[in-house]
Design a protein around this ligand. Structure first.
Ligand code: M6R
Length: 607
C-alpha cells in the first residue's frame, strides 16, 4: 500500500524523503513524488515507476529545502501515471494519502459542478480540493483539516503541507496507520517506523482522529476537538540493521534464513514454567478450559497459517475451529457469541479486511485475540488480548518468517487449550512446547542449510507455465501456502488442491511434464497420497515430492526433497521452509523482482 513520509528538520529534506521512501519500497508502489518547500512556496515533483525516476527528476531540479512530504503510490483509483502520482496539489495545499476515500466521486461531482478542474483520476484529489477550500475559508490549518475530514468517508492517513506555513508538516490518521518520529536533526511523520529506522527508533503512534503537527523542534498532537493529546514516546524494538538486507541478495532470502530464530524467539517469549502462557494475552486457563470453538480470521499467508492452526487445534483440543477469509467474513452468517474466542492473525496488524472482521467479532461479544508481529499496530491496539510474534521487521512482500511465527503462536494456543481442557497431559504439553522451542528451530535451520539442493530442484521446474500443489490434511493447508508463495513472486500460474480433489475436475489440466509438487508429511495419509501421485504421474506429470525419509515408494516421484524427521504434528514448519525456498529460487532463476513483486503491496490497508 502507499507509503507516506514527511520531514521537518535542519538537513536536506529531499535526501531524507528519498531515504525514507526507499525504506518504504517494500510496501509496493508504482509511482512516487515529493513536495518540498523552496524559496517561494512549494515545489512538487512526481514520476511514475521506480524511485530512481523521481531521484533523476530531483537531480535535474535540485531544491534546497529542509521540509517536505513524500509518497510511494500503490494505485487504487486511476492507473499508475505521473498525473495520478502523489502529492496532489490545490492552491496552497499539497497532500499525500494512504487508504481510500469512499465518497470521492460525490465530492468530485459537486466540486466540478462549481467549476473545479481535476488533474487526476484519484480519490485523493477530491480531498485536497476540499482542504484547499476549507483553508481559504478558515485561514487556519488545523480547523481546515478537521473540517475537511468531517466530509470524507472511508479510511485514510494524510501528510499535508501548506505553502505559506514553511517548516510544518501535518499528519492525520483516520483508519490508516501513521506514526510520528523524533529524528536526530528533525522530525517525521511516516506510514510506519521502518521508514525512519535508519535515523531514529523513537516514535509515537497516532490514534484515530489525531493530527500531528511536525516541526524541526517538536511534534504536537491534537484530537478532532482541537485538544492537545499527550502521547507516549515509544522505542522501536527493531533496529535499522534488522530492516536491511545484511549481505543477502533479497530480503525474502534473508527472512527465510531468520525463520528458525524467529520461531524460537516467539516461543520463548510466551512460555511460563515450560507451558504456553496465554494469561498475559488475556486468556486465562479457565477461559481456555471452557472454550467450545475458535474462529480464526486472516488474509493470504496469515489465513494459511490459520488453516494449519485449525487442524492442530482440532486434533489436540478436540474443538471445532473455523477459518475465515477476513475479506469475506462480513458477508456470511456470524456464529459468534459471548465466551467464544476470535483470533485475528496478521503480520502487519494493519490489514483492513482483518481489522474489519475483528470489529464484527467484537460487536458479537466474542473475546478477541490478535496474533500480530507489529507492536503498536491497529490490531495490537484493538484486540482484547495480544500475542506478539517476534519475527522482527518483514520487508519482503512475500511473507515467510511471519508465517513461521504465526504457526508457532497457533501451535502454542492449541497446546494451551488442549492442556486446559485435560485433553493433553501437562507432561505432553511441556514436551510439545519444548519441541517448538528447540527442536523445531534447529530442523528449520537444517532445511535452510540445504538451500542449494532446493535450488537444483527449482531449476528443473523454472520454465513451467503452471504448477500444481497437492496434499492431504495438514499437507493440504501447507500446499495453499506453497502455491501462493510461488505465484506471487515468480508469476507462474499455480493452483493448490486437496490431493483427493484433483480427480474431480482439475486433473484434466495435467498433461505431459506438468509440474506437480506433492506434499506428503503425514504417515497415516501416505498410502492415499501415493494413489494421488500415481494418478497425476499416469497423465504425464513431473512430480516433486516433499516428504520425510520414511515415506514409502518415494521412487514414484521424479524428484524428492526429504524434510528432516520430526513428530508428524510439527512437519509444517520444515516443509513450508522448503516450499518458501523453492518459490524463492524459481523466482530468482526467472529474474523476478522478488521483494517487490508486481501489483502487490506488503500491507493491505484498503478493504
Ligand atoms: O499483514 P498481514 O499478515 O495481515 O497480511 C496478510 C496478507 O496480505 C499477506 O499475508 C499476503 O498474502 C502476503 N503477500 C503473502 O506472502
Amino acid at each position: 500500500m502507499c507509503g507516506i513520509i514527511g520531514y521537518s528538520g535542519h538537513e536536506n529534506a529531499a535526501d531524507k524523503l528519498i531515504h525514507a521512501l526507499t525504506s518504504l519500497e517494500y510496501r509496493g508502489y508504482d509511482s512516487a513524488g515529493v513536495t518540498l518547500f523552496a524559496e517561494n512556496g512549494t515545489v512538487t515533483l512526481k514520476k511514475q515507476g521506480r524511485l530512481k525516476n523521481l531521484q533523476q527528476l530531483l537531480a535535474d531540479n535540485p531544491i534546497a529545502s529542509v521540509c517536505g512530504i513524500g509518497h510511494t503510490r500503490w494505485a487504487t483509483h486511476g492507473k499508475p501515471s505521473d498525473d495520478n502520482a502523489h502529492p496532489h496539489v490545490s492552491g496552497k495545499v499539497s497532500l499525500v494519502h494512504n487508504g481510500i476515500i469512499e465518497n470521492y466521486a460525490d465530492i468530485r461531482r459537486d466540486l466540478e459542478r462549481d467549476g473545479a478542474v481535476f488533474l487526476s483520476d484519484t480519490d485523493t484529489e477530491s480531498a485536497v480540493k476540499l482542504l484547499d477550500d476549507a483553508y481559504r475559508q478558515t485561514g487556519e490549518p488545523l480547523s481546515a483539516i478537521r473540517q475537511t475530514c468531517e466530509q470524507l468517508t472511508g479510511s485514510y492517513a494524510f501528510a499535508i503541507v501548506f505553502a505559506d506555513i514553511n517548516g510544518k508538516v501535518f499528519g492525520v490518521r483516520r483508519g490508516s496507520p501513521l506514526i510520528a518520529a523524533y529524528g536526530q536533526d528533525g522530525n517525521f511523520v511516516a506510514s510506519d517506523i521502518t521508514a525512519v529506522l535508519w535515523d531514529t527508533r523513537r516514535y509515537i503512534s497516532l490514534d484515530e482522529n489525531e493530527i500531528a503537527a511536525v516541526t524541526n523542534d517538536g511534534i504536537v498532537v491534537t484530537d478532532f476537538d482541537g485538544k492537545a493529546v499527550a502521547k507516549e514516546t515509544k522505542t522501536a524494538e527493531w533496529d535499522s540493521e534488522s530492516a536491511e538486507k545484511g549481505g543477502f541478495p533479497h530480503f525474502m532470502l534473508k527472512e527465510i534464513h531468520e525463520e528458525a530464530e524467529s520461531v524460537g524467539r516467539t516461543v520463548a517469549a510466551h512460555i511460563k514454567d515450560g507451558l504456553p502462557d496465554f494469561q498475559s494475552c488475556g486468556l486465562s486457563r479457565q477461559f481456555l478450559s471452557k472454550l467450545k470453538s475458535v474462529t480464526i480470521a486472516a488474509c493470504g499467508t496469515a489465513m494459511h497459517a490459520g488453516l494449519v492452526g485449525k487442524t492442530v487445534t482440532e486434533r489436540l483440543a478436540g474443538i471445532p475451529v473455523r477459518v475465515e477469509v477476513a475479506s469475506e467474513f462480513r458477508y456470511g452468517s456470524v456464529f459468534l457469541e459471548e465466551g467464544d474466542l476470535f483470533v485475528a492473525v496478521s503480520q502487519s496488524g494493519e490489514t483492513a479486511d482483518t481489522l474489519a472482521a475483528l470489529d464484527i467479532a467484537k460487536q458479537h461479544g466474542a473475546r478477541t485475540l490478535g496474533i500480530v508481529n507489529a507492536a503498536g499496530s491497529a490490531l495490537s491496539r484493538e484486540a482484547d488480548g495480544v500475542f506478539l510474534t517476534m519475527a522482527g521487521p518483514e520487508i519482503s512482500v512475500a511473507s515467510t518468517k511471519a508465517y513461521g511465527v504465526q504457526l508457532a503462536a497457533l501451535y502454542l494456543l492449541a497446546i494451551a487449550t488442549a492442556e486446559a481442557k485435560g485433553k493433553l497431559s501437562s507432561e505432553d504439553a511441556r514436551l510439545f512446547t519444548q519441541t517448538l522451542l528447540t527442536e523445531i528451530p534447529s530442523k528449520i535451520s537444517e532445511v535452510v542449510s540445504r538451500e542449494s539442493e532446493i535450488r537444483t530442484l527449482a531449476s528443473d521446474f523454472m520454465n513451467a507455465k503452471s504448477v500444481f500443489f497437492i496434499g492431504r490434511g495438514l499437507d493440504c493447508a501447507l500446499s495453499y501456502e506453497g502455491s501462493l508463495k510461488l505465484k506471487e513472486i515468480s508469476y507462474i500460474h499455480s493452483e493448490s488442491y486437496a490431493a483427493g480433489e484433483m480427480k474431480h475436475g482439475t486433473i484434466s489440466l495435467i498433461e505431459e511434464n506438468t509440474p506437480v509438487v506433492a506434499v506428503a508429511t503425514q504417515p497415516e495419509l501416505f498410502t492415499k497420497t501415493i494413489s494421488n501421485i500415481r494418478e497425476v504421474k499416469a497423465r504425464g506429470a513431473n512430480v516433486l515430492l516433499i516428504c520425510p525419509a520414511n515415506f514409502p515408494n518415494a521412487d514414484i516421484a521424479d524428484t524428492v526433497f526429504n524434510i528432516p524427521a520430526t513428530s508428524e504434528l510439527f512437519t509444517p514448519f520444515t516443509a513450508v521452509t522448503a516450499l518458501q525456498l523453492f518459490a524463492y529460487h524459481m523466482a530468482e532463476l526467472r529474474g523476478r523482482d522478488i521483494d517487490k513483486p508486481r501489483n502487490l503491496a506488503k500491507s493491505v490497508t484498503v478493504e
